[in-house]
Design a binder for this molecule. Sequence first.
Ligand code: ADP
Ligand code: ADP
Length: 226
Amino acid sequence: STSVAVTGLVRRYGRHTALDHVSLGLTKGVTGLLGPNGAGKTTLLRILATAMSPDQGSIDLLGIDPLTARGRLEARRALGYLPQHPGFHPGFTAFEFIDYVGILRRITDRRQRHDEARRVLAAVGLSDVRGKKIKALSGGMRQRVALAAAIVGDPQFLILDEPTVGLDPKQRLRFRELIAELGEGRVVLLSTHQTEDVGALCQHVVVLAGGTVRFDGSPADLSAHA
Ligand code: ADP
Ligand code: ADP
């Protein structure tokens, strides 16, 4: 199955309901997730990335149920997650970091893992700096390292939390191209504040506000709706 569906997701933090019966379906291509601060976007992405559990609801992630212990491990191999504040060991080189991600993703064969590290670093345009320490890279390059980390093992579902934040316009354009390429044949969910991102690369848009889905449709319908 190459689709992801969530049904009736509820997540509370104490008495605050961050997600209030959220249902949506994602197919191949790039879906933009929009909404004001506090809408519940990061909570939804964390749940999909299996970094957090919902209080209620069900998820079909490429045919996997990530809310079971066994399904969670399977889901982690099937998805890639670029969190809002990616953490990496700044003393690692880009190559060493991506190799380490390959170990975490259980690519046990060393040669295969190194080939994969070279492949993903080339895919994000970092071949030339793979031997440089991450702390010596620019913000845009670091963000590309984080994207490379998310695509190790070629996951078919990519969860990208504000990947273009803090990038200059030129880097943002480059990032959009990368994400558009990744959306060909994969399910990509992209949370963003940049409305230009949506027009430029999304086939589908979901707007969250106050923990509920306020819009679910095409970018053209969203413009008409606004
Ligand atoms: P968004 O990513 O759209 O800004 P979040 O999912 O981060 O939204 O947050 C949704 C709501 O849940 C917000 O009101 C936020 O303050 C609250 N929230 C998020 N994380 C926590 C937490 N760990 N504890 C308490 N409240 C939280
Ligand atoms: P393999 O066992 O897959 O041949 P190697 O460790 O011999 O892997 O490395 C192959 C290539 O991968 C090197 O020539 C280099 O370009 C790149 N590489 C390996 N380790 C690093 C590293 N720490 N930093 C940057 N590039 C590396």
